[in-house]
Structures are given as C-alpha cells and as structure tokens.
Design a protein around this ligand. Structure first.
Ligand SMILES: O=c1ccn([C@@H]2O[C@H](COP(=O)(O)O)[C@@H](O)[C@H]2O)c(=O)[nH]1
Length: 286
C-alpha cells in the first residue's frame, strides 16, 4: 500500500489541525441563492464567498459540484471560489464524475490544474481514468457505491464470482492506487455497503455524500468512511441552504421568495449548520 500522496497528506493535516471531516458542498443553485445576490455580477461567487466566510473553520474541504457551474459565468464563479477557499487554506474537491477515452479524458483531467481533487467515473475502465491517476499530487475519488436510490441498480449486481459489482470497483481502485492518490465515493444512504467496502479496502479514504438532505447514516459514514483517520463526509444543501429554514421562521409566512429576501442571515445559518455537523461527526470519531 503506497503512502498518501500530497493531496491526502494535506487533507490529513487539515482534518487533524481543524478537527473536522466535514466536506461542505458548494452546489450554488441559482434558483435558491438569496434574491439580493442575484443582481451581482457573479451571484454564485457572491454566494460562495459568504458561505466560505461562514463555514471555513468547520470545513475539511469544499466540494463544488461541476453541474452548478457549467456555463461561462459559472466557470468564472468557480475559479474565484477555488482561489478564495485556498486563501482560507481549505482544499477543493471538484465533484465532476468524469472519465472518457484517452484524448478526451486528458482534457477532462486538465480540470485538476485548478482544484486539488476530483470525482471520476470508473465505468469505462482504467485507461479512461489514467489521465487523472497520473496527476500524482492530486486526489481522485472513484464512484463506487453511490447514494442515490438507483445506486443499487447496477452497482449491487452480483458478478459470476458472487461479489457485487461495487466490490470489484473497489478492488480495482485499490490496484490503481499506485501513487497513493485514490479514494472512493460511497454514499451514507448505503450503510451496509459502506461497512462491506471498508473491510474490502481498509486503506482507501472515502468521500461519503448523502448525510443531511438525503437522510443518510452519519454514524456509519464516520465509522466506515475514514482510513487512518482520513476521509470526508459531505453535506451540500443541508449546509448552504440551512438559512431557508431559519429564514422561513423569521420571515412571516416562509414563502420561498420571502425566504430569499432574508438578507445575510443565510450565511450565518450555514455556519451554524456546518458547526453542528462537525460536532455531530466528531462525536462518532471519538
Ligand atoms: O453518490 C453520490 C455522489 C455524489 N453526490 C453529490 O454530493 C452532493 C450531495 O448533496 P446534498 O445536498 O448533501 O444531498 C451533490 O453534489 C451530489 O451530486 C451524491 O449525493 N451522491
């Protein structure tokens, strides 16, 4: 088993020094960004900056999902966001779920020039991941057992050997981890599979999405997500849009449009939600 590469060492330092395994998901949905920010030049960047200011001390990393940035202003917003997160010394993991035939994958892997780690799709096999894996100082989190309801449709299929497909993916990812730069994506909504995978690949750190809005098992995420103390438990909507709920209490009626006018309280609420999640996860780490 190779030792952790530069990315995972940096992540380990961040986890240890800030005592947190929280990944704050920056899914800056324009339909949910507070109204008063929509008139800004780059509303997603304005939103993310405020979220980062409020949450960085609880964040082991930030995880923007590329889906929320795939237009010209979106990429500009993402660049500003990454620079700002780095200014707070927080690594950035781009949830892009890419991979393709070689020359195309090489283009996708250029995304890693701007961020510290990426999520990648193993469906097309090793060559489709090689351009990501060959970036020795970056992190590559390979989709293994996803958190969505349909995650079981293919990933739980039993192979001739009797093992489920997700376990084969994990075994391959372990083989591909020649540079100590590979982790797995395993959803908190699949606690049995999380346990099974931790046993199968004890040395690979997991990115565990699905706590918060998807109702996954936070205790299982911590129990099985960490390898030698390194791993990430992600919440996106549950943190960045936590203010919608508190806004609906403070603004009469709580209609979405009123909530979106609730000033800067959304950032404070996101900080409180990140802290709550950090504290909750840390109770399971003890
Ligand atoms: O299996 C997976 C893989 C990725 N995701 C992504 O994580 C966040 C989760 O957002 P929440 O608001 O906390 O539900 C989002 O970007 C997903 O695309 C996942 O949920 N499950």
């Amino acid at each position: 088993m190779p030792e952790f590469n530069a990315f995972f060492k940096r992540l380990r330092d961040r986890i240890e020094s800030r005592d947190t395994v929280v990944s704050v998901g920056l899914d800056a949905d324009l339909d949910r960004i507070p109204e008063h920010l929509l008139e800004r030049d780059l509303p997603r960047w304005a939103f993310n900056r405020r979220i980062i200011d409020a949450t960085h001390e609880y964040a082991a990393c930030y995880k923007p999902n590329a889906a929320f940035y795939e237009d010209a202003d979106g990429w500009r917003s993402l660049r500003e966001t990454v620079a700002y997160a780095h200014g707070k010394d927080v690594p950035v993991l781009l949830d892009a779920k890419r991979a393709d035939i070689g020359n195309t994958a090489r283009q996708y892997a250029e995304l890693l020039e701007h961020v510290d780690a990426i999520t990648a799709n193993p469906y097309m096999g090793r060559d489709s991941l090689e351009p990501f894996l060959s970036k020795a100082d970056k992190g590559v989190f390979i989709l293994c057992r996803t958190s969505n309801p349909g995650g079981a449709d293919l990933q739980d299929l039993e192979l001739d050997s009797g093992e489920p497909l997700y376990r084969r993916v994990a075994a391959l990812a372990d083989l591909w981890n020649e540079r100590g730069n590979v982790g797995l994506v395993v959803g908190a909504t699949a606690p049995d599979e999380l346990a099974d995978l931790r046993e199968a690949v004890p040395d690979l750190p997991f990115l565990v999405p699905g706590v918060g809005a998807q109702g996954g098992d936070a205790e299982a995420a911590v129990d099985h997500g960490l390898a030698d103390g390194v791993g990430l438990v992600n919440s996106s909507r549950g943190i960045i849009f936590a203010g919608e709920e508190s806004g609906s209490q403070s603004v009469s009626g709580g209609r979405a449009s009123e909530v979106r006018d609730a000033g800067e309280d959304f950032a404070k609420a996101s900080g409180q939600a990140a802290k709550r999640l950090r504290d909750r996860l840390n109770r399971y780490r003890e």
